[in-house]
Design a protein around this ligand. Structure first.
Ligand SMILES: NC(=O)c1ccc[n+]([C@@H]2O[C@H](COP(=O)([O-])OP(=O)(O)OC[C@H]3O[C@@H](n4cnc5c(N)ncnc54)[C@H](OP(=O)(O)O)[C@@H]3O)[C@@H](O)[C@H]2O)c1
Length: 292
């Protein structure tokens, strides 16, 4: 007998990860994706209506307040989406008997360590965004311990969002850019993360997991690679001059961790995969724009 299709709800579907999750949906899943304007995940009544309509068996939550500096200025709004939202989804999943796969961030750590952060490392967020994301992942893991997957990821980008898309847009108009060189992390393809989220969900991998691409880079290294790759793919006529600067020379509302590398080996082992090096994933991602 053929298995009945899995009913899946994707929240925050208008964001870069939401779009990647829709694109990576496996055959055999009936996907309903909702953008922010269609569903506010922090509104229990609205969530109840969507759950009644779809009766999802799996919820992939890609909704978040991701503007790190804005979160510092509007902590209430960040808390509502990043902490209350996952709590509301977890409660709805508990009632419906659905699995919740939720995404968190490397910014739960302070970056004082100099080796990759495992899932057992103590979170110590430096900013409001990190605090609210930590509250969200804790709510999911506590309320839905037996029926949730929480994946922390780092430095997400896609052809349509995140740092790579922002840099490419700036590089079209500016001959010179300055980029922070003393924050180190791992640029991670939203498309690759989406595949990992589908795979972990299919296995009902309970608890906390880490995911990022391989290698390490500063934002400056990432920007230089974006420029080089874009020129190579003829997305830019010439690379702009890029100057490395210190975080202190580029003051922001929110402090950021100087070292933001996640230990993803347990996820690789469970899924039997090796994360691609961030440079090759970047080339694949920008290649989408070149061939569009
Ligand atoms: N971006 C990164 O570098 C990064 C790094 C590590 C982890 N993450 C995590 O990865 C996940 C996906 O991030 P992303 O990069 O795809 O973010 P994104 O592009 O900013 O997308 C987030 C989406 O959530 C929506 N949203 C905001 N508040 C909402 C609410 N209350 N209800 C429903 N939808 C809401 C946003 O809609 P509006 O824009 O219309 O408000 C947006 O479409 C998040 O959990 C994020 O914390 C991101």
């Amino acid at each position: 007998m053929k298995d009945a299709p899995l009913r899946v709800l994707i929240t925050g579907a208008g964001g870069q990860l939401g779009k990647a999750l829709i694109a990576a949906a496996p055959a055999g899943a009936v996907v309903r994706s909702v953008i922010h304007a269609e569903l506010d995940i922090a509104d229990p009544a609205a969530v109840a209506v969507v759950f009644r309509d779809l009766a999802p068996q799996l919820v992939l939550n890609a909704a978040a307040f991701t503007a790190v500096d804005d979160a510092q200025r509007s902590p209430g709004a960040a808390q509502r989406t990043n902490a209350t939202g996952p709590e509301v989804l977890a409660a709805a999943c508990a009632t419906a008997g659905a699995w919740l796969t939720h995404v968190s961030t490397d910014y739960v750590f302070d970056g004082a360590q100099s080796r990759p952060y495992g899932t057992g490392a103590k979170p110590q967020p430096l900013n409001v965004y990190g605090h609210t994301k930590l509250a969200g992942e804790t709510a999911v893991l506590e309320q839905l311990a037996q029926a949730s997957t929480v994946v922390r990821a780092s430095w997400l980008y896609s052809a349509h969002g995140g740092f790579a898309a922002r840099m490419l847009a700036l590089m079209q108009s500016r001959p010179q850019l300055s980029v922070v060189a003393d924050q180190v992390g791992v640029p991670t393809s939203a498309h690759g993360l989406a595949q990992v989220l589908w795979s972990l969900s299919a296995r009902r991998a309970m608890g906390l997991w880490h995911w990022c691409d391989s290698g390490v880079a500063s934002w400056y290294d990432f920007a230089v690679a974006i420029a080089e790759t874009a020129v190579d793919l003829k997305l830019l006529p010439a690379a702009p001059a890029i100057t490395p600067i210190a975080s202190a020379d580029y003051p922001t509302a929110a402090a950021r961790p100087p070292y933001s590398v996640l230990d993803k080996r347990a996820t690789e082992k469970l899924l039997g995969i090796t994360a691609p090096h961030w440079r090759s994933a970047l080339r694949t991602t920008l290649g989408e724009l070149a061939h569009a």
